[in-house]
Ligand binder design. Structure first.
Ligand code: BTN
Length: 331
Protein backbone atom coordinates (compact mmCIF):
# COMPACT_ATOMS: atom_id res chain seq x y z
CA UNK A 1 0.00 0.00 0.00
CA UNK A 2 1.26 3.46 -0.86
CA UNK A 3 1.94 5.43 2.30
CA UNK A 4 1.41 9.19 2.47
CA UNK A 5 4.31 10.81 4.30
CA UNK A 6 3.63 13.58 6.82
CA UNK A 7 5.15 16.74 5.40
CA UNK A 8 7.03 19.32 7.43
CA UNK A 9 6.44 23.09 7.00
CA UNK A 10 9.55 23.50 4.81
CA UNK A 11 8.32 20.73 2.51
CA UNK A 12 4.86 22.29 2.33
CA UNK A 13 6.37 25.66 1.41
CA UNK A 14 8.45 23.99 -1.28
CA UNK A 15 5.36 22.27 -2.65
CA UNK A 16 3.58 25.60 -2.94
CA UNK A 17 6.56 27.17 -4.68
CA UNK A 18 6.63 24.27 -7.14
CA UNK A 19 2.89 24.48 -7.75
CA UNK A 20 3.34 28.17 -8.64
CA UNK A 21 5.36 26.89 -11.65
CA UNK A 22 7.81 29.75 -12.04
CA UNK A 23 5.40 32.46 -10.87
CA UNK A 24 5.73 34.64 -7.77
CA UNK A 25 3.87 33.64 -4.65
CA UNK A 26 3.50 36.13 -1.80
CA UNK A 27 4.71 35.54 1.75
CA UNK A 28 1.23 36.38 2.93
CA UNK A 29 -0.39 33.72 0.74
CA UNK A 30 2.09 31.14 2.00
CA UNK A 31 1.57 32.09 5.63
CA UNK A 32 -2.24 31.94 5.30
CA UNK A 33 -2.26 28.63 3.40
CA UNK A 34 0.12 26.93 5.80
CA UNK A 35 -1.04 28.62 8.99
CA UNK A 36 2.42 29.83 9.99
CA UNK A 37 3.77 33.37 10.49
CA UNK A 38 5.37 35.28 7.65
CA UNK A 39 8.61 35.33 9.65
CA UNK A 40 8.50 31.54 9.83
CA UNK A 41 8.01 31.37 6.03
CA UNK A 42 10.97 33.72 5.53
CA UNK A 43 13.18 31.63 7.86
CA UNK A 44 12.34 28.42 6.01
CA UNK A 45 13.07 30.08 2.66
CA UNK A 46 16.47 31.28 3.96
CA UNK A 47 17.26 27.72 5.08
CA UNK A 48 16.24 26.33 1.67
CA UNK A 49 18.53 28.81 -0.07
CA UNK A 50 21.48 27.60 1.98
CA UNK A 51 20.56 24.06 0.91
CA UNK A 52 20.99 25.03 -2.73
CA UNK A 53 17.43 25.91 -3.81
CA UNK A 54 17.57 28.98 -6.05
CA UNK A 55 14.74 31.17 -4.78
CA UNK A 56 14.26 34.84 -5.66
CA UNK A 57 12.64 37.08 -3.05
CA UNK A 58 11.30 40.61 -3.61
CA UNK A 59 9.21 42.95 -1.49
CA UNK A 60 5.58 43.06 -2.56
CA UNK A 61 6.08 40.08 -4.91
CA UNK A 62 7.11 37.35 -2.49
CA UNK A 63 9.08 34.31 -3.59
CA UNK A 64 9.86 32.55 -6.84
CA UNK A 65 11.50 29.12 -7.20
CA UNK A 66 14.07 29.13 -10.00
CA UNK A 67 16.06 25.94 -9.55
CA UNK A 68 16.06 22.77 -7.48
CA UNK A 69 19.50 21.43 -6.50
CA UNK A 70 20.43 17.98 -7.77
CA UNK A 71 20.40 16.45 -4.32
CA UNK A 72 18.81 13.11 -3.60
CA UNK A 73 16.58 14.49 -0.86
CA UNK A 74 13.62 12.32 0.16
CA UNK A 75 10.99 14.83 -0.85
CA UNK A 76 12.48 15.32 -4.32
CA UNK A 77 13.12 11.62 -4.80
CA UNK A 78 9.55 10.70 -3.92
CA UNK A 79 8.09 13.24 -6.31
CA UNK A 80 6.84 11.29 -9.30
CA UNK A 81 8.38 8.05 -8.04
CA UNK A 82 6.22 5.34 -9.58
CA UNK A 83 6.64 2.58 -7.03
CA UNK A 84 4.25 0.99 -4.61
CA UNK A 85 6.65 0.08 -1.82
CA UNK A 86 10.30 0.85 -2.60
CA UNK A 87 11.07 4.38 -1.38
CA UNK A 88 7.47 5.05 -0.37
CA UNK A 89 8.04 4.54 3.35
CA UNK A 90 10.95 6.00 5.25
CA UNK A 91 13.85 7.44 3.28
CA UNK A 92 16.78 8.10 5.61
CA UNK A 93 18.90 10.78 3.98
CA UNK A 94 22.48 11.69 4.92
CA UNK A 95 24.61 14.48 3.56
CA UNK A 96 27.48 12.34 4.76
CA UNK A 97 27.62 8.97 6.47
CA UNK A 98 30.07 6.12 6.90
CA UNK A 99 28.21 3.57 4.77
CA UNK A 100 24.55 3.38 3.75
CA UNK A 101 24.71 -0.42 4.00
CA UNK A 102 25.80 -0.13 7.63
CA UNK A 103 23.04 2.39 8.38
CA UNK A 104 20.46 0.21 6.63
CA UNK A 105 21.57 -2.88 8.54
CA UNK A 106 21.12 -1.09 11.86
CA UNK A 107 17.64 0.07 10.79
CA UNK A 108 16.66 -3.40 9.56
CA UNK A 109 17.82 -4.95 12.84
CA UNK A 110 15.52 -2.43 14.57
CA UNK A 111 12.59 -3.66 12.49
CA UNK A 112 12.52 -1.18 9.56
CA UNK A 113 10.04 -2.52 7.00
CA UNK A 114 10.61 -3.63 3.45
CA UNK A 115 11.04 -0.71 1.07
CA UNK A 116 12.98 1.46 3.53
CA UNK A 117 15.69 3.38 1.72
CA UNK A 118 18.95 4.84 2.98
CA UNK A 119 20.68 7.33 0.74
CA UNK A 120 23.75 9.52 1.12
CA UNK A 121 25.42 12.31 -0.79
CA UNK A 122 28.79 11.12 0.47
CA UNK A 123 30.18 8.04 2.21
CA UNK A 124 33.34 8.10 4.29
CA UNK A 125 33.61 4.29 4.48
CA UNK A 126 31.67 3.10 1.44
CA UNK A 127 32.00 -0.68 1.37
CA UNK A 128 32.57 -2.79 -1.70
CA UNK A 129 32.53 -6.53 -2.24
CA UNK A 130 35.29 -8.68 -0.77
CA UNK A 131 36.31 -6.09 1.81
CA UNK A 132 37.12 -3.37 -0.69
CA UNK A 133 36.22 0.32 -0.37
CA UNK A 134 33.74 2.12 -2.55
CA UNK A 135 34.94 5.57 -3.58
CA UNK A 136 32.01 7.86 -2.69
CA UNK A 137 32.81 11.58 -3.11
CA UNK A 138 30.04 14.13 -2.30
CA UNK A 139 27.23 14.71 -4.79
CA UNK A 140 28.98 12.76 -7.53
CA UNK A 141 27.33 9.38 -7.36
CA UNK A 142 24.29 7.46 -6.25
CA UNK A 143 24.99 5.67 -2.98
CA UNK A 144 21.92 3.90 -1.68
CA UNK A 145 20.84 0.87 0.31
CA UNK A 146 17.44 -0.75 0.29
CA UNK A 147 15.95 -2.94 2.96
CA UNK A 148 13.93 -5.85 1.64
CA UNK A 149 12.42 -8.81 3.44
CA UNK A 150 11.91 -11.45 0.77
CA UNK A 151 10.36 -14.73 1.72
CA UNK A 152 13.28 -16.84 0.47
CA UNK A 153 15.84 -19.38 1.59
CA UNK A 154 19.46 -18.23 1.97
CA UNK A 155 20.52 -20.20 -1.10
CA UNK A 156 18.29 -17.98 -3.25
CA UNK A 157 20.21 -14.86 -2.19
CA UNK A 158 22.75 -14.89 -5.08
CA UNK A 159 19.84 -14.38 -7.46
CA UNK A 160 19.19 -11.00 -5.86
CA UNK A 161 22.61 -9.69 -6.84
CA UNK A 162 21.80 -10.59 -10.44
CA UNK A 163 18.26 -9.27 -10.17
CA UNK A 164 19.56 -5.91 -8.94
CA UNK A 165 22.31 -5.72 -11.55
CA UNK A 166 19.71 -6.34 -14.26
CA UNK A 167 17.45 -3.58 -12.96
CA UNK A 168 20.33 -1.10 -12.68
CA UNK A 169 21.82 -1.94 -16.09
CA UNK A 170 18.39 -1.51 -17.69
CA UNK A 171 17.61 1.76 -15.91
CA UNK A 172 20.99 3.30 -16.75
CA UNK A 173 20.70 2.22 -20.37
CA UNK A 174 17.18 3.62 -20.62
CA UNK A 175 18.10 7.04 -19.21
CA UNK A 176 21.56 7.49 -20.73
CA UNK A 177 21.48 5.24 -23.85
CA UNK A 178 24.92 4.00 -22.78
CA UNK A 179 25.79 0.39 -23.67
CA UNK A 180 25.74 -0.99 -20.14
CA UNK A 181 27.05 -4.51 -19.58
CA UNK A 182 27.13 -6.76 -16.54
CA UNK A 183 30.13 -8.72 -15.34
CA UNK A 184 29.14 -11.60 -13.07
CA UNK A 185 27.84 -11.34 -10.55
CA UNK A 186 26.90 -7.70 -10.42
CA UNK A 187 29.45 -5.24 -11.77
CA UNK A 188 27.91 -2.66 -14.06
CA UNK A 189 30.34 -1.85 -16.85
CA UNK A 190 30.52 0.58 -19.74
CA UNK A 191 33.28 0.15 -22.30
CA UNK A 192 34.88 -2.51 -20.09
CA UNK A 193 35.24 -0.09 -17.15
CA UNK A 194 33.31 -0.25 -13.91
CA UNK A 195 30.43 2.20 -13.60
CA UNK A 196 28.68 0.68 -10.62
CA UNK A 197 28.68 -2.12 -8.11
CA UNK A 198 26.19 -3.87 -5.88
CA UNK A 199 26.73 -5.21 -2.40
CA UNK A 200 23.96 -7.45 -1.06
CA UNK A 201 24.09 -8.54 2.55
CA UNK A 202 21.69 -10.88 4.33
CA UNK A 203 20.70 -11.62 7.88
CA UNK A 204 19.34 -15.08 8.58
CA UNK A 205 16.94 -16.33 11.19
CA UNK A 206 16.85 -20.12 11.51
CA UNK A 207 17.09 -21.20 7.89
CA UNK A 208 15.28 -18.21 6.38
CA UNK A 209 16.36 -14.79 5.22
CA UNK A 210 15.26 -12.26 7.83
CA UNK A 211 16.22 -9.24 5.76
CA UNK A 212 18.45 -8.31 2.88
CA UNK A 213 20.33 -5.08 2.30
CA UNK A 214 20.79 -4.21 -1.35
CA UNK A 215 23.50 -1.56 -1.67
CA UNK A 216 24.22 0.23 -4.92
CA UNK A 217 27.08 2.53 -5.78
CA UNK A 218 26.99 4.24 -9.17
CA UNK A 219 29.51 6.76 -10.51
CA UNK A 220 27.53 9.58 -12.08
CA UNK A 221 29.12 13.03 -12.20
CA UNK A 222 32.81 12.32 -11.79
CA UNK A 223 35.51 13.50 -14.17
CA UNK A 224 38.22 10.97 -14.95
CA UNK A 225 40.78 12.99 -12.94
CA UNK A 226 38.45 12.88 -9.93
CA UNK A 227 39.02 9.12 -9.52
CA UNK A 228 41.92 8.02 -7.33
CA UNK A 229 44.93 7.03 -9.52
CA UNK A 230 44.37 3.27 -9.05
CA UNK A 231 40.77 3.57 -10.33
CA UNK A 232 41.36 5.88 -13.29
CA UNK A 233 41.83 3.01 -15.73
CA UNK A 234 39.40 0.57 -14.14
CA UNK A 235 36.52 2.86 -13.29
CA UNK A 236 34.30 5.17 -15.25
CA UNK A 237 31.31 7.44 -14.72
CA UNK A 238 28.24 8.51 -16.64
CA UNK A 239 29.80 11.95 -17.06
CA UNK A 240 32.97 10.48 -18.58
CA UNK A 241 31.00 8.23 -20.93
CA UNK A 242 28.42 10.80 -22.01
CA UNK A 243 30.75 13.77 -22.08
CA UNK A 244 28.41 15.78 -19.88
CA UNK A 245 26.95 15.67 -16.41
CA UNK A 246 23.54 14.13 -15.75
CA UNK A 247 20.94 15.01 -13.08
CA UNK A 248 20.97 12.19 -10.57
CA UNK A 249 17.36 12.46 -9.38
CA UNK A 250 15.54 11.03 -12.43
CA UNK A 251 18.13 8.27 -12.70
CA UNK A 252 17.82 7.32 -9.03
CA UNK A 253 14.01 7.22 -9.39
CA UNK A 254 14.21 5.01 -12.48
CA UNK A 255 16.58 2.61 -10.72
CA UNK A 256 14.16 2.25 -7.81
CA UNK A 257 11.24 1.69 -10.18
CA UNK A 258 13.11 -0.90 -12.23
CA UNK A 259 14.24 -2.63 -9.06
CA UNK A 260 10.68 -2.88 -7.79
CA UNK A 261 9.36 -4.19 -11.13
CA UNK A 262 12.11 -6.82 -11.26
CA UNK A 263 11.60 -7.82 -7.63
CA UNK A 264 7.86 -8.23 -8.26
CA UNK A 265 8.60 -10.28 -11.36
CA UNK A 266 10.76 -12.55 -9.20
CA UNK A 267 8.07 -12.93 -6.56
CA UNK A 268 5.34 -13.68 -9.07
CA UNK A 269 7.11 -15.68 -11.76
CA UNK A 270 10.48 -16.79 -10.39
CA UNK A 271 13.96 -16.28 -11.75
CA UNK A 272 13.73 -17.61 -15.32
CA UNK A 273 12.86 -14.40 -17.18
CA UNK A 274 15.21 -12.31 -15.06
CA UNK A 275 17.98 -14.73 -15.87
CA UNK A 276 17.44 -14.17 -19.59
CA UNK A 277 17.26 -10.41 -19.11
CA UNK A 278 20.54 -10.62 -17.20
CA UNK A 279 22.12 -12.74 -19.93
CA UNK A 280 21.29 -10.10 -22.53
CA UNK A 281 23.75 -7.82 -20.71
CA UNK A 282 26.68 -10.17 -20.68
CA UNK A 283 29.04 -11.72 -23.17
CA UNK A 284 30.97 -13.90 -20.77
CA UNK A 285 29.91 -17.31 -22.04
CA UNK A 286 32.79 -19.06 -23.80
CA UNK A 287 35.38 -16.59 -22.52
CA UNK A 288 38.47 -17.58 -20.58
CA UNK A 289 38.53 -16.10 -17.10
CA UNK A 290 40.70 -16.06 -14.03
CA UNK A 291 38.61 -16.89 -10.97
CA UNK A 292 39.32 -15.92 -7.40
CA UNK A 293 36.88 -17.58 -5.00
CA UNK A 294 37.05 -18.67 -1.38
CA UNK A 295 40.83 -18.41 -1.29
CA UNK A 296 41.26 -20.45 -4.48
CA UNK A 297 42.45 -19.16 -7.86
CA UNK A 298 42.14 -20.92 -11.17
CA UNK A 299 41.50 -20.25 -14.83
CA UNK A 300 38.79 -21.73 -16.93
CA UNK A 301 36.10 -21.19 -19.51
CA UNK A 302 32.68 -19.73 -18.64
CA UNK A 303 30.02 -22.33 -19.50
CA UNK A 304 26.79 -20.90 -18.14
CA UNK A 305 24.89 -19.01 -15.47
CA UNK A 306 22.56 -21.51 -13.92
CA UNK A 307 19.00 -21.13 -12.64
CA UNK A 308 20.29 -20.26 -9.15
CA UNK A 309 22.42 -17.38 -10.38
CA UNK A 310 25.66 -19.35 -9.99
CA UNK A 311 28.45 -19.02 -12.53
CA UNK A 312 29.57 -22.32 -14.05
CA UNK A 313 33.22 -22.40 -15.12
CA UNK A 314 34.98 -25.35 -16.75
CA UNK A 315 38.39 -25.79 -15.21
CA UNK A 316 41.23 -26.77 -17.51
CA UNK A 317 40.99 -30.36 -16.29
CA UNK A 318 37.44 -30.39 -17.70
CA UNK A 319 35.53 -30.29 -14.41
CA UNK A 320 32.67 -27.80 -14.14
CA UNK A 321 32.76 -25.63 -11.00
CA UNK A 322 29.68 -23.78 -9.71
CA UNK A 323 30.48 -20.42 -8.09
CA UNK A 324 28.09 -18.42 -5.99
CA UNK A 325 30.53 -15.64 -5.19
CA UNK A 326 33.97 -14.54 -6.19
CA UNK A 327 35.84 -12.33 -8.59
CA UNK A 328 36.37 -13.09 -12.23
CA UNK A 329 38.58 -11.26 -14.68
CA UNK A 330 38.86 -11.80 -18.41
CA UNK A 331 42.09 -13.19 -19.80
C1 BTN B 1 31.29 -3.58 -5.36
O1 BTN B 1 32.32 -3.83 -4.75
O2 BTN B 1 31.24 -3.64 -6.58
C2 BTN B 1 30.04 -3.19 -4.59
C3 BTN B 1 30.00 -1.73 -4.26
C4 BTN B 1 28.78 -1.31 -3.51
C5 BTN B 1 28.85 0.11 -3.03
C6 BTN B 1 27.58 0.60 -2.44
S1 BTN B 1 27.56 2.34 -2.22
C7 BTN B 1 26.09 2.24 -1.30
C8 BTN B 1 26.19 1.02 -0.44
N1 BTN B 1 26.82 1.34 0.82
C9 BTN B 1 28.02 0.77 0.93
O3 BTN B 1 28.79 0.91 1.89
N2 BTN B 1 28.27 0.02 -0.14
C10 BTN B 1 27.18 0.04 -1.09
Amino acid sequence: MKRTPVLKTAELILNQLKLAQGKWISGEALSTQLQVSRTAVWKHICAMKTEGYLIDSATRKGYLLREIPDLLRPQELREGLKTVCIGQGEIRYFERTDSTNLRAKAMAADGAPEGTLVIAEEQTQGRGRRGRNWFSPPGAGIYLSLIIRPDILPQEAPRFALLTATAVAEAVREITMLETRIKWPNDILVGGRKLGGILTEISMEMDKVEYMIVGLGLNVNLAREAFPPDLQELGTSIQVEMGRSLPRLPLARRILERFEETYQEYQQHGFASIRSRWQAFTDMIGRTVAVDTMGRRFTGEVMDFDEDGYLVVREHNGDPVRLFSGDVSFI
